[in-house]
Write a protein that binds this ligand. Structure first.
Ligand code: NAD
Length: 247
């Protein structure tokens, strides 16, 4: 589905981002992979090389605009083009509002919102000058509804990601750039690994399909949206959540 395509994936070192990277490679894409842990990125690239695809690590904090510059420069140097961007890097912070420090509030917005903006702005510039592309933003159910296990900074950052998704879809449609967001419900990754067994079982019971999701199930939707199979889909925020939130 991504034969001959060149993709940048942020937050690819583990969890959902890693599942996306492996599925993209399986489907023929060559990759630039971002994240904060250089050795995990090197290990991911070894796995991708073994699948016969190219993979270049680019470690860095997406909250620093320089990281976006380096990601795009590496893609231009190695591939001369960028067909797909997945803005997957993100953090959660479940601190209740009255206990949330201003620093912690800003850190979530800096990574989830500003990081998505910096990388997208750099990639949109490239895609607009090179005939188009597809961007998939990793949002969350928390962008659309309140949940007792969610928190204000995370939901606010992901709602802003949805707003950017729609705005860029409109602004860059004339350049044949599609922009969509994926909104996962609870998925088992490091982000959810601090859950107790009891909490996980309660979360699973609250989901109509009776379980939490797997990173590969989020990757499957991301692959579809990134690919030409989704050529008439743009500006959408699509749920993958076992029915836990329905629109
Ligand atoms: P994870 O914690 O397992 O992985 C997060 C990834 O983001 C890692 O590769 C990490 O290195 C990277 N990252 C974190 N901070 C970064 C920074 N400052 N700069 C660059 N990279 C950074 O999390 P995950 O569960 O795989 O989450 C991936 C995405 O999916 C996030 O955007 C998250 O908000 C979203 N999401 C997750 C769930 C879930 O239940 N796990 C649900 C909805 C949405």
């Amino acid at each position: 589905m991504l034969s001959e395509k060149k993709a940048i994936i942020t937050g690819a070192s583990r969890g959902i981002g890693k599942a996306i990277a492996l599925l993209f490679a399986e489907n023929g894409a060559d990759l630039i992979v971002g994240g904060t842990n250089a050795s995990l990125l090197d290990a991911l690239c070894d796995e991708v090389h073994a699948m016969g695809r190219q993979c270049f690590p680019c470690a860095g904090d997406v909250a620093d605009p320089e990281t976006a510059v380096r990601l795009v420069a590496l893609a231009e140097e190695q591939f001369q083009k960028i067909d797909v961007l997945v803005n997957n890097a993100g953090i959660n912070d479940r601190t209740p509002t009255l206990e949330l420090t201003h620093e912690a509030w800003k850190r979530v917005l800096d990574i989830n919102l500003n990081g998505t903006f910096y990388v997208s702005q750099a990639v949109l510039k490239h895609m607009a000058a090179h005939g188009g592309g597809s961007i998939v933003n990793m949002s969350s159910t928390a962008s659309k509804t309140a949940k007792s296990n969610a928190a204000v900074s995370y939901g606010a950052s992901k709602a802003a990601v949805n707003a950017m998704t729609r705005q860029w879809a409109l602004e860059f449609a004339p350049y044949q750039i599609r922009v969509n967001a994926v909104c996962p419900g609870p998925v088992l990754t490091d982000m959810s690994s601090q859950w107790t067994e009891e909490y996980r079982s309660n979360v699973a019971k609250s989901i109509p399909l009776g379980r939490v999701g797997a990173p590969e199930e989020v990757a499957a939707l991301t692959l579809f949206l990134a690919s030409d199979q989704a050529s008439f889909i743009t500006g959408q925020t699509i749920n993958v959540n076992g029915g836990s939130y329905m629109e």
